[in-house]
Design a protein around this ligand. Structure first.
Ligand code: G3P
Length: 232
């Protein structure tokens, strides 16, 4: 499963991209509205930082407006994927944009039926929201499994993108279910990173090594020797 970061914050992308784990990013109007500066500059910068598919969402209500906005957003950077909200107009815009060779991420999908329509409209990514389903006591993992199961036999060109992920458990569930992508907020990515036993283990290894000063000296010498050879 590929990991994308779900944010409008360049600083968050810079932080997490440094880990070497990101394959893309998703933004949406709410996430971008939180940020200062030009949305275009932010989107382009995120494209460069993740060096992969970066979703930017249209905001028009009608298909014609969505297509015009989508084409303009796609022109910002080769990595831009146009996000259209699930609706009749969104489906029509998705069909026209994907027919033009522009990748579309159909978002705000909450059922297998909606996902099937999005796939038929040519969506390259289908964003299925987990957190917002859980918020209304609908089992998001069950819905996501239905979506993946419905698309798997016939829609290899449409990738299921798990979105609205509120905790690390959602990320594991998305992977177990077989989603191709999970788009994860920076807060959740940081939570995925941390474990108290890992922190304690690193401290223990360091302390035990430092208790043998000759070992530390040996390793420093080994490094210096290798660097000398590399420097020629
Ligand atoms: O990309 C969609 C995601 O940002 C929505 O997350 O937490 O607002 O449901 P949330």
């Amino acid at each position: 499963m590929k990991l994308f970061i779900d944010t409008g914050s360049v600083a968050e992308v810079e932080e997490i991209a440094a880990w070497g784990v990101l394959s893309g990013a998703t933004t949406n109007p709410s996430l971008l509205a939180k940020e200062q500066g030009s949305p275009g500059d932010i989107i382009r910068r995120i494209c460069e930082l993740v060096d992969g598919p970066t979703s930017a969402e249209v905001v028009s209500d009608d298909a014609r407006g969505m297509v015009a906005e989508g084409r303009a957003l796609a022109g910002l950077h080769e990595h831009v994927v146009v996000k259209t909200p699930f609706s009749k107009a969104g489906l029509a815009a998705c069909r026209e944009l994907s027919s033009d060779g522009i990748r579309v991420n159909m978002t705000l999908v909450f059922s297998a039926n909606q996902a099937l329509l999005a796939a038929e409209a040519g969506a390259a990514y289908i964003s299925c929201f987990m957190g917002r389903l859980d918020d209304i006591s609908i089992d998001s993992a069950q819905v996501l499994a239905e979506v993946v199961g419905a698309l798997a036999p016939s829609y290899s060109d449409s990738q299921v993108l798990a979105a609205s992920l509120r905790h690390p458990g959602h990320v594991v569930q998305a992977a177990q279910i077989g989603c191709e992508v999970a788009t994860v907020p920076a807060k959740v990515l940081r939570q995925m990173l941390e474990h108290p036993l890992t922190t304690a283990g690193i401290e223990r290894f360091k302390a035990d090594w430092q208790a043998r000063p000759e070992f530390a000296e040996w390793l420093s010498g080994l490094v210096a020797g290798r660097q000398a050879v590399a420097a020629g």
